[in-house]
Design a protein around this ligand. Structure first.
Ligand code: ADP
Ligand code: ZN
Ligand code: ZN
Length: 816
């Protein structure tokens, strides 16, 4: 008898590869273990054993494996099932899924990546072979060692790489991850000089005249006596009523000492966890509704308005699951994985919380992986972004998908193009566990599923503490312009409300869904506007760096002095972004602290946390930002939210633009007035009668839902129809056009009028690749798997046409 294994290797192959093993190996091996296997002429890959069997492959002679890498499985049966489901449902290979699922450190061959140094060097110092590599990096953004072997046509290329590094021509990219350990909160303690009672006595006497300073020192004592914990600068300031300036004076004098502690380390004392909060009657009701809904629905949707206290309900459910010795997965959008929520959960559950995050190093991810695999106490609760659905849970009792409407749960590139919420529903099913989807603004598809009774449904319509929902006012900018009541992009109403809010000592958030200074620069003489050389978009002006940048490929160039086409100096800005708003605010309110939060300001180490913390500590009065601001943040002192321009969201060319605008605006509004006093929201628009704006201002989810569903029925969009988007890409426009016409025609023969396109997307060329889209709409009563089979068949014939072979085809299931 012969023994074989089918192995999943991290390459996009349609079929699994079969290898030969010995009898002894077949006794030892289990599915889910890693093996090193030869592939192609000379490559070695780490693969996962999928199946052990006795059937020799018919098409080729099976090779032997190189080595077994594990003593026990690192991937369990349920995971392999989930991988298969993903590969089938999202039309990708198991190799694609493996790449996304395993931490890189598990895939041993993962190679070093070489990139070009951005600063140009003097090329004359390069030897011939060095120059070849350097030159290649002008055409390709990165190379791996084996690419360089190919370029130089020799095996040992490390000496060349080493010399290129020494000449500063290239950079070697080890995985550069930042540890997720923000140490941002400022603390103070009494300087050690005053630790003796005598010294302290003297100090208090000395301070006798400086009344306020004495007050601060005494408050410091009373807080630390009460909490027995380090004292935050902000708490000290609140308790003593002293301004930050007075505290700073004491620090400068050497009376107090300022220090920083990692936020997780402070509260992470392990033993003395906080008890979870007692729920109010509405939360209590929602909790018991959820529990009874779970009796007959594994999936339940919780629609709870912003600040209704959903998180505290999740905490109760988690406690329950832990009492039953189950594992819990708490999924949330990447960006919402801030210290705020992490700290909150660690306060309750201490060491049981493991965090899984793209900012984690490969090593840390392996640690979480192993803890989950071993069902260790340290990872009873996994708090993670999208990719944490791939962890090796073996005893999962509960999944929570927080902010379930968030688009970032969907992976767009590369394959697998999965939606983490939907995959989590499947995962929960495999584990027979419960799953709760929570949101203040549920996605249409989840709400629809709830209405169809496919999901259970629970509502929570009261804010915690009975804080009223913010008062939302629409400001007609067209009218304001006519009456000359605009200063830059600010209406008189917005300025009035801002002035009042600031006078009362409260904070403001201004929302503008575009970064940069202005998205279009236009010559007033000839109408020319600078375009990206690689993409079909205009370049955005970033004033801070005096640069023009492409938001699609990262291209940038210095801002020009005059028009490149006609030389005129009369250049005009069209549209506006966060930078411009920030600048205008600074002119309008010169005495207040303004900060900006967008991709550009949050890039650096802890960039995001720094801004959040500064806002929390009230070091910022006005924060200008993009949709980053919306994600589940809880600020106590923000009273006013201004939405600078609602129209560009509403007019976005996408069937979900209205739904998204509704969600975005309500979520941003939800940041206003979360405690005690009612918040205020001003929405500036050219079109105050737009239905969505009316629905936002009355917080009328049902109206929005009904109206949008109507459109979805009429135009055959999800969730009424399913859809698969097929994108073709090529650097030659004619080629991609011919190819896409061929593809669409073949699809039409099967799916008739349910095929749309091919169409050029609004941005038809990105990174020098022309795109064409084809959309296949799938009625509810049409078999999804048959539809996919037909598409795969067409795709296979497509790739056998010689002219089309170089055209990239991307299949995207549920592409929204
Ligand atoms: P949501 O997630 O629905 O927006 P949160 O769970 O963040 O709301 O709750 C809003 C605020 O109310 C938080 O500051 C939270 O600490 C507080 N809160 C919610 N429920 C309770 C409770 N039962 N007891 C005390 N405070 C609560
Ligand atoms: Zn010009
Ligand atoms: Zn570009």
């Amino acid at each position: 008898m012969q023994y074989f294994i089918d192995v999943i290797i991290p390459v996009p192959l349609q079929k699994l590869f079969t290898y030969k093993i010995t009898l002894a190996e077949s006794d030892f091996l289990k599915s889910g273990m890693r093996v090193a296997v030869p592939f192609g002429k000379s490559k070695i890959y780490t693969g996962i054993v999928f199946k052990i069997h006795n059937d020799a492959p018919t098409a080729y002679e099976a090779k032997e494996i190189h080595q077994i890498l594990d003593d026990s499985s690192i991937v369990n049966e349920i995971q392999l099932q989930l991988w298969q489901w993903i590969s089938k449902y999202y039309m990708c290979t198991l190799g694609d899924v493996l790449r996304a699922a395993l931490p890189n450190a598990f895939i041993l061959e993962s190679e070093t990546v070489i990139t070009k140094n951005k600063d140009e060097i003097d090329e004359s110092i390069l030897k011939d072979d060095e120059f070849l590599v350097y030159e290649a990096l002008h055409h390709q953004s990165s190379l791996k060692i084996h690419d360089i072997s190919n370029i130089l046509d020799k095996k040992n290329v490390l000496p060349v790489i080493k010399r290129l590094i020494e000449k500063e021509a290239i950079l070697v990219e080890e995985e550069v991850y930042e540890k997720y350990k923000p140490k941002l909160v400022r603390y103070v303690k009494l300087h050690s000089n005053f630790s003796s009672e005598k010294a302290l006595q003297n100090l208090l006497e000395d301070l006798g005249r400086a009344h306020k300073q004495k007050e601060v020192v005494l408050s410091l004592f009373s807080i630390s006596a009460k909490t027995k914990k380090p004292v935050k600068v902000s708490d000290l300031s609140n308790e003593s009523g002293a301004s930050p300036a007075i505290i700073k004076a004491l620090i400068d004098k050497g009376v107090l000492e300022e220090y920083h502690i990692q936020t997780d380390r402070v509260e992470y004392s392990g033993e003395d966890n906080e008890d979870s909060k007692t729920l109010n009657e509405y939360q209590e009701k929602a909790l018991s509704d959820i529990q009874s809904s779970f009796q007959n629905h594994n999936v339940t949707l919780l629609h709870g308005v912003t600040s209704s206290g959903k998180t505290e309900i999740y905490v109760k459910l988690i406690e329950n699951a832990l009492n039953n010795n189950k594992q819990v997965l708490y999924l949330l959008p990447e960006i919402a994985l801030t210290t705020q929520l992490v700290t909150r959960l660690q306060n309750y559950f201490g060491e049981k919380v493991a965090i899984f995050h793209s900012k984690y190093s490969s090593y840390e991810r392996v640690e979480v992986w192993n803890n989950v695999l071993q069902n260790s106490a340290k990872a009873q609760i996994v708090l993670g972004a999208r990719s944490s659905i791939f962890l090796p849970f073996n005893n999962l009792g509960l999944i929570i998908v927080d902010e379930e409407h968030e688009q970032s749960f969907k992976q767009f590139d590369p394959a697998p193009r999965y939606h983490a919420r939907d995959t989590a529903v499947v995962l929960a099913n495999m584990h027979q566990s419960k799953i709760l989807l929570g949101s203040a603004t549920p996605s249409l598809e989840s709400y629809f599923n709830a209405k169809q009774n496919k999901y259970g449904f629970v509502e929570l319509m009261h804010r915690y503490n009975n804080v009223l929902m913010p008062d939302i006012e629409l400001v007609d900018i067209k009218d304001k312009l006519k009456k000359k009541r605009m200063k830059g992009h600010f209406s008189d109403r917005l300025i009035e409300e801002m002035t009042e809010t600031l006078n009362d000592g409260h904070q403001i958030i201004l929302f503008q869904n575009r970064r940069g200074f202005s998205p279009i620069i236009e010559c007033k003489t000839c109408g020319h506007s600078p375009q990206c050389p690689n993409c079909d978009v205009s370049l955005t002006y970033h004033q801070y760096r005096n640069q023009l940048r492409c938001h699609y490929c990262g291209y940038n160039s210095a801002m020009m002095q005059d028009c490149m086409a006609c030389g005129s100096q009369d250049l005009d800005n069209k549209g506006f972004g966060t930078e411009q708003i920030e600048e205008e605010v600074k002119t309008l309110f010169p005495d207040y602290k303004v900060a900006r939060m967008d991709l550009d300001t949050t890039r650096g180490k802890y960039g995001y946390e720094k801004i959040i913390t500064a806002l929390e500590q009230q070091e910022i009065d006005i924060l200008v930002g993009t949709q980053m601001l919306t994600k589940g943040l809880d600020f106590r002192n923000v009273k006013l939210v201004g939405i600078m321009n609602a129209d560009n969201m509403l007019n976005f060319p996408d069937f979900r633009a209205h739904e998204r605008s509704f969600q975005l605006m309500l979520q941003v509004s939800g940041r206003a007035g979360r405690t005690e006093e009612r918040g205020k929201v001003l929405i500036q628009t050219y079109n105050p009668h737009h239905n969505i704006l009316q629905q936002v201002s009355t917080n009328n989810y049902m109206d929005m839902f009904n109206e949008q569903m109507n459109d979805r029925y009429n135009y055959k969009y999800p969730p009424v129809y399913k859809q698969i988007k097929i994108t073709l890409k090529h650097k030659d426009y004619n080629r991609v056009e011919t190819a896409s016409i061929w593809f669409a025609k073949s699809l039409r023969q099967v799916f008739k009028e349910n095929v749309l396109g091919p169409e050029s997307p609004p941005i038809a060329r990105i990174r020098n690749q022309f795109h064409k889209n084809i959309l296949v709409k799938i009625p509810k009563d049409q078999s999804l798997s048959k539809t996919k089979e037909a598409i795969i068949k067409i795709n296979n014939s497509f790739s056998s046409v010689k002219d089309f072979r170089s055209v990239r085809v991307i299949l995207n299931v549920d592409n929204f």
